[in-house]
Design a binder for this molecule. Structure first.
Ligand code: AMP
Length: 212
């Protein structure tokens, strides 16, 4: 099963996509994570995308497509995959459509205020990448990862100004994408029921939608 997740930053799509992937036994592929890995490893791609990511702008399609095509051609994607954060532009959706048929495109709908509240309280572990939230998912000890003891930090693209820029970019670009998948009969809309909906509850609702 080939699934894509659409939704603004902070909508929970990373959490949902990763847990749904584990449930269905298919890999969860986040283009944001792939790029952060490139930046961390100092690759040629990482050097090209570092400043773009920090500003909250989008990485050029040619680079994104190169990274995604390589990832979905690996053997672990033979039975399917969940893409999170891709496609973000209509050009990316059309390019993906040429390579693979998507079974379900989940669109997560959530108010801007909930996104801003959630994201400004998000903390990421420098060591293992685990994500916490100072409001909903606190670490046992403030500023320290429960899993590896690493330092928790605020990602450079998670301050209010950058979040607003990312929400704006997302809105402008997602409209045609939603239309694209609606036309193909693949669109599934998930309306977030509350700011602190437990992930398991949301995933239960989403997994019913994608099987339809
Ligand atoms: P994310 O973790 O999905 O919010 O992605 C973080 C950043 O990576 C974005 O703000 C973009 O700069 C870049 N990025 C990730 N996926 C894409 C994509 N499909 N197209 C363009 N840029 C992307």
């Amino acid at each position: 099963m080939k699934i894509i997740f659409m939704g603004p930053p902070g909508s929970g799509k990373g959490t949902y996509a990763s847990r749904l992937g584990a449930k269905l036994g298919i890999p969860h592929i986040s283009t944001g994570d792939l790029f952060r890995e490139h930046v961390k490893n100092g690759t040629a791609i990482g050097k090209k995308v570092d400043a773009i990511m920090k500003s909250g702008k989008l990485v050029p399609d040619s680079i994104v497509l190169e990274v995604v095509r390589e990832r979905i051609s690996r053997p672990d994607c033979a039975k399917g995959y969940i893409l999170d954060g891709f496609p973000r532009t209509i050009e990316q959706a059309k390019a993906l459509d040429k390579v693979d048929k998507i079974n379900a495109a989940v669109n997560i709908i959530i108010p801007d205020e909930w996104v801003i509240t959630r994201m400004t309280s998000r903390r990421t572990c420098r060591g293992c990448g685990k994500i916490y939230n100072t409001m909903f998912l606190k670490p046992k000890k403030e500023g320290v990862c429960d899993v590896c003891g690493g330092e928790l930090y605020v990602r450079a693209d998670e301050n209010e100004e950058v979040i607003k820029e990312r929400l704006q970019v997302y809105k402008e670009l997602s409209k045609p994408l939603i239309g694209f998948y609606k036309e193909k009969g693949a669109l599934r809309e998930f309306r977030t029921p509350s700011i602190d909906v437990p992930p398991e509850e949301a995933i239960g609702m989403i997994s019913k939608m994608v099987r339809k």
